[in-house]
Design a protein around this ligand. Structure first.
Ligand code: ADP
Ligand code: CO
Length: 352
């Protein structure tokens, strides 16, 4: 009934550009999710690739429950529990400060749907936890800084709480208080920039991002070198390239960073292969295309999965799409093709 039920629903969408790795040595770090390098991402317009999360709370619910893409998942997952606990803690604080409207003993039912492949390297965990924390906050009437809570669900979710180009500054402190996400440029900054997502495989990745990162941190010395000596300089260059909308500089850094990330996966022991043969063909195609024009018009980045994220300026989209369709006809590769995503804010909507 209306009096005992509160409902909130919101959308969020996200994609990575520069890669990140998280500490996972000790228990405390695993809980706080602190990265070993800073990172950068761009948040996509919510109309296209998105997560939609609905949270209901009711006196009649016996326990907290969650459904992901229509299938019930384990609510006791530590990262889900961290988010629920933190939001309820803030809600309790707010109630003690004089807002008695909410009964905190009520359980929640969470329903979340991704309209793109889950656990396939298209950052479903980031979109999912950003959306979850935002929606829980609406239900429990919690306001203020939520990015730190989203980080405890999935590291990269802390960036996805903001629109546009967002950096996650790794920070130095043990308590993670200075490990924060910050908008670098708003979603209006580079309106000609487009993103194409080429789905090479919609299957769940064999090694999840969290366990993959743990093994890499433990075994890859290339990763250590990258985090200490490569990423700090690249972050500065990348942010400068974005600020001056220098596509070629942005594009080259993005490709090199993606390639080095996958090199650290290969340097992990036992090695992790996120790219497949279609991914490799896409990489070759992009380099051939750029070489043909004698300038960098297209760039790719692959997160922990085989699916390509292509950045390109609007004026080159029609031709590049024709080239992709020529080499990867949809009926033969069995994949899907999603085109023309404008980079805009994931302005989080709500229906209360
Ligand atoms: P991806 O590359 O898609 O981010 P990860 O291995 O990082 O893959 O994370 C996948 C996991 O994230 C899923 O197994 C699930 O636990 C969680 N997840 C994905 N989508 C959602 C969602 N909409 N709501 C809550 N959790 C989600
Ligand atoms: Co993820």
């Amino acid at each position: 009934t209306a009096s005992s039920k509160r409902l909130a629903s919101s959308d969020c969408s996200y994609e990575v550009c520069m890669k990140l790795f998280c500490f996972s040595g000790g228990k405390r770090d695993e809980e706080l999710i602190l990265p070993i390098n800073s990172s950068l991402s761009v948040t996509l317009h919510q109309d296209q690739l998105k997560t939609t999360t609905t949270v209901a709370t009711s006196r009649s619910f016996q326990e907290d429950r969650i459904w992901l893409n229509g299938k019930e998942e384990d609510i006791t997952h530590p990262r889900l529990q961290s988010c629920l606990r933190e939001i309820r803690r803030l809600a309790r604080k707010r109630r003690n400060d004089g807002d008695p409207s909410l009964d905190l003993s009520h359980k929640v039912h969470i329903c979340s749907v991704n309209n793109f492949p889950t656990a396939a390297g298209l950052a479903s965990s980031a979109a999912g936890f950003a959306c979850l924390v935002y929606t829980l906050a609406r239900v429990f009437a919690v306001e203020g800084e939520l990015s730190g809570i989203a980080r405890q669900g999935s590291g990269s979710a802390c960036r996805s709480m903001y629109g546009g180009f967002v950096q996650w500054i790794m920070g130095q402190k043990d308590d993670g208080k200075d490990s924060i996400a910050q908008q670098v440029e708003p979603e209006t900054h580079w309106p000609e920039l487009r993103i194409l997502v080429l789905v090479a495989s919609a299957e769940r990745k064999p090694v999840g991002s969290t366990s993959g990162m743990q093994t890499s941190v433990q075994t890859s010395c290339l990763l250590k070198h990258r985090a200490e000596s490569v990423v700090p300089g690249r972050m500065v260059e990348m942010i400068e390239a974005l600020r001056r909308k220098d596509f070629a500089a942005f594009a080259e850094l993005t490709m090199k960073d993606s390639n080095q990330f996958h090199a650290t996966c290969l340097d992990t022991y036992p090695p992790i292969f996120y790219l497949n043969s279609v991914s490799q063909q896409v990489i070759n195609l992009v380099h051939r295309y750029n070489r043909h024009y004698g300038e960098t018009r297209v760039t790719y980045t692959f997160d922990a999965g085989p699916n390509a994220v292509i950045f390109i300026l609007q004026q080159h989209v029609p031709e590049f799409v024709r080239v992709v369709q020529h080499f990867f006809p949809p009926e033969t590769n069995g994949g899907q093709f999603i085109k023309g995503l404008p980079v805009k804010s994931a302005s989080l909507s709500e229906e209360l």
